[in-house]
Design a protein around this ligand. Structure first.
Ligand code: GUN
Length: 293
């Protein structure tokens, strides 16, 4: 069994990005600039945004956080998006999800100029990704593909089971895994809460990508010997061993499953760091106008 070290790869990529930014600045260009809109005080969202700001620093980017209380109106958010769309210094921006219930998330996503949508959530980017055109690919699926590539994991003709059908992870990663590309070319099955016998699908899989948000869901009896497991789960569970009082737990019962796998991602330190670095990559591409002129 080999552990897939997302943290190590993410650190190396951040280093590569920082070198590229230095060269851009040395030749008279400006630093890439990412903005994040953060609504309310959800612990998870606060943590993710602070990690994104830290990664911007490490890559040599400028970053701006626009904060709102969770009483913000949809119109106020839309006005901010309009301002960021038209701010020439902002290369890309994200609106951290989830948003409070009184705000229509889809309306917010669609208000973002797709050329600045470094999260890759806008329907233009999602659509272009699904037919293999240049676009901003959303961060978690992109991070997963990068891990498979850097570890030379064979996906061609592989039976891949994706657990979960979210717009952020399940659907886009399924689409990328079936694409005629390397990595890609897999036979993909997407399982979800209404699937009749998830265990049976998993047992057959060469690659399992678990993105359900259900801690410890994938157990030993669901994994065939030599399978590759990518664990996207990051549920906060109470812990007496950490200062914060919680720890992150993946969708896979790592302790009992790991020894059966050829490769497996740990939680934390697997997919998580790759997600952030993929956002940095998209921001760099936006600043360089490499996807859209
Ligand atoms: N919430 C959970 N993951 C993400 C993400 O990748 N981007 C944004 N904007 N919100 C999220």
């Amino acid at each position: 069994m080999e552990l897939i070290d997302g943290k190590k790869i993410a650190d190396a990529i951040k280093q590569e990005i920082a070198v590229e930014v230095e060269q851009m600045v040395a030749s008279g260009g400006k630093k890439p600039h990412l903005a994040a809109v953060l609504v309310g005080h959800d612990g998870g969202s606060e943590t993710y945004v602070s990690h994104k700001v830290k990664a911007c620093d490490q890559c040599g980017f400028n970053s701006t956080v626009v904060r709102f209380e969770d009483t913000v109106t949809e119109d106020e958010l839309l006005a901010t998006i309009d301002r960021l769309n038209n701010d020439a210094d902002i290369d890309g921006f994200i609106v951290q999800l989830p948003l409070p219930k009184h705000i229509d998330e889809q309306k917010i996503i669609e208000a973002i100029d797709y050329r600045k949508d470094v999260d890759g959530f806008h329907p233009v980017n999602v659509g272009r990704m699904s037919i293999g055109l240049p676009c901003f690919v959303s961060a978690t699926p992109q991070g997963i593909m990068e891990l498979l590539k850097r570890y030379n994991i064979n996906t061609k003709g592989a039976d891949c089971v994706v657990l979960g059908r979210s717009n952020i992870v399940g659907k886009p990663v399924a689409s990328l895994m079936m694409q005629k590309a390397v990595p890609g070319d897999a036979t993909v099955t997407v399982c979800h809460s209404r699937t009749k016998d998830i265990k049976e699908y998993c047992r057959r899989a060469d690659i399992i990508i678990a993105a359900l948000g259900s801690p410890g869901f994938v157990t030993e009896d669901m994994v065939k010997d030599g399978a590759v497991i990518i664990d996207v789960g990051t549920t906060r569970v109470p812990s007496t061993e950490t200062k914060s009082g919680f720890r992150l737990k993946g969708d896979v019962d790592f302790e009992h499953v790991a020894s059966k796998c050829s490769y497996i991602t740990p939680v934390p330190g697997g997919v998580g760091p790759m997600t952030i670095v993929s956002l940095m990559k998209n921001t760099l591409l936006a600043a360089q106008h490499k996807i859209y002129k």
